[in-house]
Design a protein around this ligand. Structure first.
Ligand code: NDP
Length: 419
């Protein structure tokens, strides 16, 4: 019996909300609140008569802490699920602290305005100190640890697939498969085809910022940064086939480097087709990925936001996308004094997702873990005051929930390794 406030009603949130409504004995009441209320109303209408969960809607601009506080005070939720954008992480955490409510999200904080001098000064120091230059990092949200601890509240960070399930896979490997994990390769393969020459599978602004940033990996206690897309490997993915994949910086490496004791190397690879890479390079070369506002015909526009308006809405890719995703982690290490390898992954079919929740698999593989993370928090399985990433909780009930609610695991003890 719980009341949940979901902020955001885009591709990922709409999957998470539909999945919450499949577990209506836990998610008894749910309020969908977002910037554009009509999207919340449309989803509530779609769910009407199909769930026992009592669904209501609200308008909120989550950049404004006071608006979120007012909404939380009016709705009185047990948990706030932030499935808006990473830009809103801090304002929503502030509102949760002010109101004494637990918090979760699916991506770590980054600022919308990367030219803000105050943020930039801190960012540049962090680049120098840590050795990676992505705009997003955990430091902003980890800074809330004491406040959440003191308030007796739990904040769960990054509970999508990657970050999210990939960290639960690491916790599972550490708990059941290894005494010592030496290396972790996180492999994110999207074998889906939507038929467009270029489109992004989730929010274009966030997605393009992520993949156009320099790559980096963790090795022997420090970050190694490389030019974007400069390390390429080929891998044969179960049920997808041969794909080219590229080493990217990814947020879970930052927390895993701290939480998996003695790990020597952590890398993240994502598959991309040639058409995607060619378009991305061209857009970057002409300045369309810039977040710096420019003046155009007397109006100020941000190039990447203008590009977003031109690209297909990720939520519209569902009916067109065919094929499967395969996302997981390959480990090397030792157990009982012997060297071993282990691969744990999930395969998800775009069209099956579309049939179930009218969405493609990228939103599905993020929205289902968000629901399962909320389920862990609401049922008391994941509850400790402070700010935590997924691998800091018991992976077993979470992976069982994923098995049950649409993202079952597959395993191999003899995987091909990535060189
Ligand atoms: P979308 O752009 O589809 O949806 C974002 C939603 O947030 C929209 O409903 C938008 O409203 C709303 N929103 C944006 N700004 C505000 C605001 N100021 N106040 C209230 N609502 C706001 O994004 P996705 O669904 O693709 O992604 C959602 C989140 O999931 C992102 O943080 C993304 O980084 C994360 N993600 C995580 C993954 C993982 O594996 N961990 C993978 C994929 C995504 P409006 O309709 O008005 O624009």
């Amino acid at each position: 019996m719980s009341r949940v406030l979901v902020i955001g009603c885009g591709g990922v949130a709409s999957v998470a909300i539909q999945k919450c409504c499949q577990v209506s004995d836990v998610f008894t009441e749910l309020c969908i609140a977002s910037r554009t209320k009509s999207k919340c109303d449309a989803l509530a209408e779609k769910l009407a008569g199909k769930t026992k969960t009592i669904v209501t809607t609200a308008q909120v601009d989550a950049d404004d802490v006071q608006q979120v506080i007012d909404l939380i005070r009016a709705y009185k939720p047990d948990l706030v699920m932030n499935i808006a954008l990473p830009y809103q992480d801090l304002t929503i955490m502030d509102a949760c602290l002010a109101c004494g409510v637990n918090y979760m999200d699916t991506a770590n904080y980054e600022p919308e305005d990367t030219d803000d001098p105050e943020w930039r000064a801190i960012y540049e120091k962090r680049c120098e100190k840590e050795g990676f230059s992505a705009y997003f990092d955990y430091s902003w949200q980890w800074a809330y640890r004491k406040k959440f601890e003191d308030a007796g509240l739990t904040a769960l960070l990054g509970c999508g697939f990657d970050p999210g399930v990939t960290q639960a896979y690491c916790a599972y490997a550490a708990k059941h498969e290894f005494d010592q994990i030496d290396t972790i390769d996180i492999l994110d393969c999207n074998g889906g085809d939507h038929g467009y020459a270029f489109a992004t599978n989730f929010n274009p602004e966030i997605n393009l910022r992520e993949v156009s940033a320099p790559g980096s990996y963790w090795e022997n206690g420090h970050w190694v940064e490389i030019p974007a897309m400069s390390i390429k490997r080929e891998y044969t993915f179960d049920q997808v086939g041969d794909k080219d994949m590229y080493l990217l910086h990814h947020e879970e490496i930052e927390s895993l480097a701290k939480t998996i004791p003695g790990v020597k190397r952590i890398r993240f690879f994502m598959t991309f087709g040639q058409s995607y890479l060619d378009h991305m390079r061209c857009l970057e070369d002409v300045g369309m990925l810039s977040t710096t506002p420019i003046s155009f015909n007397g109006q100020e526009i941000v190039p990447i936001q203008f590009l977003k308006a031109l690209l297909p809405d990720p939520a519209s890719l569902g009916p067109r996308t065919k094929g499967k995703t395969n996302i997981g982690c390959i480990f090397t290490g030792t157990k009982d004094g012997k060297e071993k390898t282990y691969y744990i992954y999930n395969i998800c079919d775009h069209q099956s997702c579309y049939q179930e929740v009218s969405s493609q698999a990228i939103s599905y593989t993020t929205g289902v873990p968000a629901m399962c993370g909320a389920l862990m928090m609401l049922t008391g399985k994941w509850e400790k005051p402070g700010v935590y990433t997924v691998e800091e909780f018991d992976p077993d009930p979470f992976l069982d929930a994923l098995d049950q609610y649409g993202l079952p695991r597959s395993e191999s003890h003899t995987p091909a390794l990535v060189d």
